[in-house]
Design a protein around this ligand. Structure first.
Ligand code: ADP
Ligand code: MG
Length: 729
């Protein structure tokens, strides 16, 4: 019998790159061809219907039923012209992926035939029988069944022969059952709060949008090799595998030339993404072998989140067409870099100003400082919640685990902005400033942009870094839905800006001039949030000590981190902004705890299985070969010769025995620990038990398997090794 690993290797070596042809050589010719975007709507809708949709997008209003019929008819015409036969409401349930249920565009006709029909009702609302999605106990009753409703702010698109309509997913009693509903509420809240603050600076600002530019890292693994690894196929990470003699130590993969098979995959991905109006801009090799990155230009946050989910989806599909599997897991391979998804975030106005970008004069710079200081304060006040927003079983391998980022949330500003804030803190006083002081301050503030220009200092170790015109939240995991961190960040910012406006207004009411009031409040915030600012190396041990002194939290365990969602502070934040009721928050947090438990449970089962059914038998087989060899030698050679000759083979036989015994013993103990944890009812306590009692066995058992991999005959080893998985030719 050939070892499955060799068949897989053979297959992978035979692969050739598969190139795709774009609809046109010029991207702009076909960019967005599969999106029902504004220009398309203009062509397919009557003026009244078009304006109605635009209004709903701008103001977040509802679509009237009569209009919905018209819009649906236009959409159907457009879609059927492109060979579409089905439609689906596309939504983001509280699982990691997206969900869809396809229905044909047909209704029964009078004489047994069918009408092609897509009604306004079918466009606006659907009731998927989706009762199996996690809801944290929110949907136990019949009344609370869920329905999906169109989100006109994200345009409909075509994939294959299906028209996909982005929707929210809520219960009849109004509770959110998805990621999108609360995100839209947070985006609304930050729009309103930021617009109010902008009124201090420019009366023409009537709308502020949050932007998101994500950078998606991923691994590509040959599909045959991936399939020969049950751990990868079932858990998206390798639960065993000795490191390859060569992996990333030479840094020869980072920005290196891209293997042809991978280039062909990337091209196909870009073509599909462009058809869907997703502005992919960058592609390159990452640090680890077989690791890559793709990033679009930034977009409005809700759309960017949809596009990220969509791109992840397309990547999986296209990867298979190219005989690859794409992996978004945060740590698929031990010992080499993991996978993150930097979230580049900023606020910008309807007047075209990026509020996190320094301006051209003292006034616009004061506006920049206002938004920057408020961002720092928001992160300072809600650091625990931000950490919770990115905490998951898979991201735990990055967060606080010897790799970017640490489990301490801090903000990096760069020396120039830091200096500026230090000056503000010192110069601003509570008394009325003299004209000279004011001029000096304004001059200082006016100097920011030129200083930033030649000051592109970057700190790659910071979880939340200012990078010139935006903040980059780097702690987000590769497999995450960006909704969670974006929801928290925008909500925290909204609450912070509301507080800022109140504080300034209070001083103004007391007769302080507006400019001075802004300075004074900013100074107070700079002082209050100072602890969160850190310019040094976030990976160093010194920082852990220093952070502890500053009173910053350092929470490494996922269940502990998730508890931040349930603190009074978080409950108040979400309630005040109308994003979550307490019940909703508790429900969805429960889902996060359960998800953690299930992830560890699955990993533990898979590892137990593999260890006992794949590894131990092979180790015994090899041990038998060695024993036979020793005993045959004994029948040939004299006692005196033998000692030297077989001594080290006997050591190996013993070593194999020790590892086999340890594996068996530890797998047994792990199963016991699982049983105990499974008996716990409370989801929080259960997750904690899995974290503390079950999880440690994974590395423990792996240690022995990885040792065996080094001793056992390569011809017998059943699973593709790291060196085979990681070097695509
Ligand atoms: P890096 O140097 O970190 O790789 P890039 O220049 O490739 O950064 O940009 C990363 C992402 O940040 C891209 O999606 C880009 O569009 C986005 N980005 C740039 N400016 C902003 C901004 N003001 N707000 C939000 N995202 C931005
Ligand atoms: Mg970046």
């Amino acid at each position: 019998m050939t070892v499955i690993r060799f068949k897989a290797l053979e297959k992978s070596l035979e692969r050739k790159p598969v190139y795709s042809k774009p609809p046109s050589n010029k991207t702009s010719d076909y960019f967005g061809m599969n999106v029902f975007d504004k220009p398309t709507m203009q062509r397919y809708l009557a003026k009244e219907a078009y304006e109605h949709v635009m209004d709903a997008i701008e103001k977040g209003g509802r679509i009237e039923r009569r209009m919905a019929d018209q819009i649906a008819a236009g959409m159907e015409t457009w879609a059927t012209e492109r060979g579409v036969t089905h439609y689906t409401h596309w939504f983001h349930p509280l699982t990691e992926g997206t969900a869809e249920k396809h229905d044909a565009f047909i209704v029964p006709g009078d004489y047994g035939g069918v009408f092609e029909n897509f009604s306004g009702k079918a466009l606006s609302q659907q009731e998927p029988d989706a009762s199996s999605f996690p809801s944290g106990g929110l949907r136990n009753t019949f009344e609370a069944r869920g329905y999906t409703a169109w989100d006109p702010s994200s345009p409909a698109f075509i994939i294959g022969n299906t028209l996909s309509i982005p929707t929210i997913f809520v219960s009849y009693t109004g509770e959110a059952l998805d990621h999108k509903t609360p995100l839209l509420k947070a985006l609304n809240a930050v729009d309103k709060a930021a617009t109010d603050v902008c009124q201090f600076f420019d009366k023409n600002i009537t709308k502020v949008q949050a932007n998101l530019g994500w950078e998606q890292e991923y691994f590509l693994i040959d599909e045959a090799l991936y399939s020969a690894r049950p751990d990868l196929s079932l858990t998206d990470r390798t639960l065993m595998g000795h490191s390859s003699a060569k992996d990333q130590q030479l840094d020869d993969h980072y920005f290196g030339s891209i293997p042809e098979r991978v280039t062909a995959f990337m091209q196909a991905l870009e073509i599909e993404a462009y058809k869907l109006g997703i502005p992919l801009k960058t592609r390159h090799n990452e640090v680890a072998p077989n690791q890559y990155e793709v990033a679009p230009m930034f977009e409005e946050c809700n759309l960017a989140v949809d596009h990220n989910m969509l791109v992840m989806d397309i990547m999986k599909r296209i990867a298979r067409q190219h005989n690859f599997q794409v992996i978004f897991h945060e740590k698929p391979f031990k010992g080499i870099n993991g996978t993150g998804k930097h979230n580049n975030w900023s606020l910008s106005t309807n007047t075209g100003v990026v509020l996190h970008s320094p301006g051209k004069n003292p006034k616009s710079n004061l506006q920049f400082l206002t938004f920057t200081v408020n961002t720092i304060k928001a992160v300072h006040d809600h650091a625990d919640l931000l950490r919770a927003s990115i905490a998951s079983a898979s991201n735990a391998h990055r967060l606080g685990a010897n790799e970017a980022p640490p489990a301490i949330i801090s903000v990096f500003l760069g020396s120039e902005v830091s200096k500026m804030l230090d000056q503000l803190e010192e110069q601003v006083t509570n008394r009325k400033m003299t004209p000279d002081e004011k001029t000096a301050l304004k001059l200082d503030i006016g100097r920011i942009p030129e200083l930033l220009l030649d000051n592109t200092d970057r700190n790659r170790t910071s979880p939340f870094a200012f990078t010139g015109n935006r903040f980059e939240f780097r702690a987000v995991g590769g497999s995450a839905n960006c909704s969670s961190p974006m929801l928290v960040l925008n909500a925290a910012m909204a609450a912070q800006l509301i507080e800022f406006k109140k504080d300034v207004d209070k001083l103004v009411d007391k007769g302080v001039k507006k400019d001075e009031a802004i300075f004074q409040v900013l100074r107070d915030y700079i002082k209050a949030s100072k602890a969160i600012r850190f310019e040094g190396n976030n990976y160093s041990e010194d920082w852990e000590k220093e952070a502890a002194k500053r009173g910053l939290t350092n929470v490494k365990d996922v269940p502990d981190s998730l508890e931040a969602y349930l603190s009074d502070k978080s409950k108040k934040l979400f309630k005040d902004l109308g994003i979550f009721s307490e019940k909703e928050l508790e429900g969805r947090t429960e889902v996060r705890f359960e998800n953690y438990t299930m992830k560890i449970q699955i990993e533990s089962r898979v590892l137990g299985d593999l260890a006992i059914n794949h590894i131990v038998p092979v180790a015994i087989e090899y041990q038998n070969i060695l024993m036979e060899n020793v005993s045959k030698q004994k029948s040939i050679f004299s006692e005196a010769d033998l000692n030297d000759m077989v001594g080290n083979r006997i050591d190996t036989i013993k070593e194999i025995s020790t590892h086999i015994s340890s594996i068996k013993e530890k797998v047994g103990k792990m199963i016991e620990a699982r049983k105990k944890a499974n008996a716990i009812e409370d989801p929080v306590e259960k997750a904690k038990a899995y974290n503390k009692k079950v999880y440690p066995f994974l590395d423990d058992i792996r240690y022995h398997i990885d040792k065996l991999e080094l001793v056992v005959d390569d011809n017998l080893w059943p699973l593709p090794k790291y060196r085979e998985l990681l070097f695509t030719r």
